[in-house]
Design a binder for this molecule. Structure first.
Ligand SMILES: Cc1cc2nc3c(=O)[nH]c(=O)nc-3n(C[C@H](O)[C@H](O)[C@H](O)COP(=O)(O)O)c2cc1C
Ligand SMILES: [Mn+2]
Length: 487
């Protein structure tokens, strides 16, 4: 159960935890993004940019790094905030399946009004330029108002609601971009409307609560509404307001939302925007966009921002890493892999491109089965790159340990290769001559395990024993004046 109900509550909770820092006078052009990126890399606190340079007369704010460390992750999900990364992943296992099953029992609850309606603008009066919208990267094609964004659409055939995070460029006071890639649920909806030659109604939430942001940015299966899924996590339905223009549900606890339409015959030049791979993946392209018909915002509204960058500098690298580790772990166990001791896909791979799997080997071929399967689980299949299989004496949550195992137990000539796997056009390795629609990539499976037939005769590790490490750490931690972070 969450203790917080809306973004303001969430901020208070984060403050009580000592996990929120207020910053004033920051320039929204590049400086804000630089701070957010460095803070992400440091697993820092949530940042609330209160008085933003050039917007002094307004009280609008931007929050970044909302779920960039384990305390904030656990607070956001309503878990015990003292769980470690390993404990959180183990605690989380099984829950996504349960939430998925239960989502249907938590239909949204319609409410008549909320603080979101404190300010309403419609038609020509809609003006998104009032908000301090950051310039995230030096070579971005413009400012992006939708980064920590939740985009709500409805399947025109079965009426199912989807929430996805698709970036939105700020074009004009009432025109924003929508960049949903192929295969995304929002794109599937859009294609259906366009085939019927109908405009697609859309809601964009620029200040969702951090859990809504996580779910919008997570691959929840098609047909499961992320709003109902959030209800299952909370144990109570998400409250929504029925949009006056589109009839779509708008989370009542959010800070800024718009309603509008995307038209089948209209496009604009969108991008480029620095991506999660750490590159400007593509040039500016003609894409559909949203004509905004109404704008709603709370007084002193908080926009939720998310800086895209390389590896661990990404806003979403941390939470995606935890979330996906648990999903892959579950799928491996469900697929019958025995003796799995841990699965971790660390922030530097943005929860996609590097997976460490620890197993207790119990038969020849066990490591091969675990490594190949981990790479092709549903949760890891898209845009993966490396899987490293380690033995159960190696800590998969500690990259020093994983790399040590690679250095000492992996034989590079034994690396497994999977070809023609599910990739994305944003992969910087895609040659320009290959269209995004036809692009696949390959995977490397590194077996950093003692070869099964050599277990028992392989050199023994001379490292101090776990028990003695633990005891020594406990005895001397204080004398070391905080310089010893772990054992
Ligand atoms: C901060 C952030 C930004 C994202 N930007 C985009 C984007 O611009 N386009 C896109 O297709 N996916 C983007 N994603 C990934 C999608 O949100 C993710 O694949 C999600 O599952 C989409 O929802 P859906 O599965 O309901 O389509 C982003 C994710 C995050 C966390
Ligand atoms: Mn979805």
């Amino acid at each position: 159960m969450n203790k917080w109900q809306d973004v303001r509550d969430w901020i208070r909770n984060a403050e009580e935890l000592g996990e929120l820092v207020h910053l004033n006078g920051i320039n929204p052009e590049l400086e804000l993004s630089a701070i957010a990126q460095i803070n992400a890399k440091n697993n820092g606190p949530a940042l609330l940019f209160d008085k933003i340079k050039g917007y002094d007369e307004t009280k609008f704010r931007v929050m970044t790094n909302s779920v960039g460390n384990i305390k904030l992750f656990n607070m956001t999900f309503g878990f015990d905030v003292n769980l470690s990364i390993k404990e959180t992943i183990e605690h989380l296992r099984g829950m996504p399946n349960k939430w998925e099953r239960e989502a249907g029992s938590f239909p949204v609850e319609y409410v008549k009004s909320s603080e979101l309606m404190q300010n309403v603008e419609t038609g020509d009066n809609v003006d998104l330029m009032k908000f301090p919208t950051p310039l995230w990267h030096a070579k971005d094609g413009g400012r992006f108002i939708g980064t920590g964004v939740a985009v709500i659409t409805k399947d025109p055939d079965d009426g199912k609601i989807n929430v996805g995070s698709y970036r939105a460029q700020l074009f004009e006071k009432n025109v924003v971009g929508i960049n949903a890639e192929r295969g995304k649920h929002g794109t599937m909806h859009m294609n259906k409307y366009f085939q019927k030659n109908m405009p697609m109604p859309v809601v964009m939430v620029f200040g969702p609560d951090p859990l809504c942001y996580i779910l919008a940015g997570s691959e929840i299966p098609a047909g499961v509404s992320e709003l109902e899924y959030q209800g299952a996590i909370k144990g109570s339905p998400v409250k929504v307001i029925k949009g006056k223009v589109t009839g779509l549900p708008i989370p009542s606890n959010c800070e800024i939302a718009i309603e509008g339409y995307v038209y089948p015959d209209k496009t604009r030049l969108e991008g480029p925007h620095g991506e999660w791979t750490g590159y400007y993946a593509s040039d500016a392209k003609q894409k559909p966009f949203v004509e905004v018909k109404s704008l709603y915002y709370r007084n002193d509204a908080v926009m939720l921002g998310a800086a895209m960058s390389k590896g661990a500098y990404n806003d979403h690298a941390f939470w995606r890493s935890i979330w996906r580790s648990a999903l892959i772990y579950d799928e491996m166990v469900k697929n019958g892999i025995q003796g799995v001791k841990g699965v971790y896909t660390p922030p530097f791979g943005v929860g996609r491109q590097f997976i460490a799997v620890s197993i207790k080997q119990s038969y020849p071929g066990h490591a091969t089965e675990a490594g190949y399967l981990a790479s092709q689980t549903r949760s890891a299949a898209y845009m993966g790159k490396w899987v490293v299989v380690v033995d159960d004496d190696v800590d998969p949550y500690d990259m020093d340990d994983v790399l040590w195992a690679m250095c000492s137990r992996a034989d590079p000539s034994e690396i497994g290769i999977i070809r023609r796997a599910w990739a994305s056009g944003v992969d910087p390795l895609r040659p320009k001559s290959v269209p995004a629609s036809g692009y696949t990539n390959s995977r490397g499976i590194i077996f950093a395990v003692v070869p099964y037939e050599r277990i028992g005769e392989f050199s023994e590790s001379c490292t101090v024993s776990e028990d003695m490490k633990k005891e020594t750490f406990r005895n001397l931690e204080k004398s070391m004046k905080g310089r010893w972070k772990s054992y």
